[in-house]
Design a protein around this ligand. Structure first.
Ligand code: ADP
Ligand code: MG
Length: 233
């Protein structure tokens, strides 16, 4: 049986007529499946944003929350590495100005304040639904590796631990995860765990039509999902 908290996330989105989850909703869902996410608070005022940043700890990242803004940075809706309270205040207002200029009809739900994850190797975990076979799960390295080289591994969900390990090793850019070119070795056990928990989430949540965790930062120990987008069926 699925946790009630899971259904509640989908019900809230559909009651508001949205066919997607906000990033913070997608991350709450991920967290219910044991996936590692950045800590966050949704703020509705400059003051709340400052309190949230203090609680989370500097530096923080600020992001727009709006039903009309799915691709946040395209709208000027993401500011990273905000190091102090004055910058939170300035950033809060800057994002509102950017979004009002770029998407004039945008309703503003709030500003998401979140933990800033240190930069590291970036990977992507995603999913689309095959009309016949159901949810697929995709894994690749971030940036050019997926966008230009299309270097990705695909499976149908559910996957096993062995499938997850195979997916990681079969991409052509695998050597980068092993620590080539001065990159630190990436925690492959942490990636495999993300793939398995994502698979479980996809199988238990038929509401998910598309999933895009992009990027996921992978460290020598552990990983952090810094953005998660979910489109609903
Ligand atoms: P978009 O909706 O445009 O995809 P993202 O949430 O992915 O917005 O943010 C854009 C970029 O900002 C990310 O690709 C990542 O490089 C950086 N970023 C976002 N959130 C964080 C975070 N919490 N920690 C570190 N970097 C982040
Ligand atoms: Mg993103």
């Amino acid at each position: 049986m699925r946790d009630k908290a899971i259904s509640k996330i989908f019900e809230e989105a559909s009651s508001e007529g949205r066919n997607f989850l906000f990033e913070h909703e997608a991350k709450s869902l991920c967290s219910l499946y044991g996936l590692p996410i950045t800590r966050f608070v949704v703020s509705k005022t400059e003051e709340e944003a400052v309190d949230a940043a203090r609680e989370i700890g500097f530096p923080v990242v600020l992001k727009i929350v709006s039903p009309q803004v799915l691709h946040k940075s395209d709208a000027g809706g993401v500011l990273i590495d905000i190091g102090n309270e004055d910058r939170v205040r300035a950033g809060y207002n800057r994002i509102l100005e950017n979004v009002r200029a770029n998407v004039p009809d945008a309703e503003i739900t709030g500003i998401l304040v979140q933990e800033m994850a240190p930069s590291s190797t970036e990977v992507i975990v995603g999913s689309t639904k095959d009309p016949t076979f159901g949810p697929t799960i995709m894994f690749g390295l971030g940036g050019i590796f997926v966008e230009i080289l299309r270097d990705v591994a695909f499976r149908l969900a559910p996957i096993t631990q062995a499938d997850a390990e195979e997916m990681i090793r079969e991409i052509r850019s695998y050597k980068i995860l092993e620590g080539a070119r001065g990159m630190p070795r990436a925690d492959q056990e942490a990636i495999a765990e993300i793939l398995l928990n994502t698979s479980r989430m996809l199988v238990e949540c038929p509401e998910i039509k598309e999933l895009d965790m992009n990027p996921v930062l992978v460290y020598e120990k552990g990983a952090k999902i810094v953005d998660a987008r979910i489109i609903l069926d």
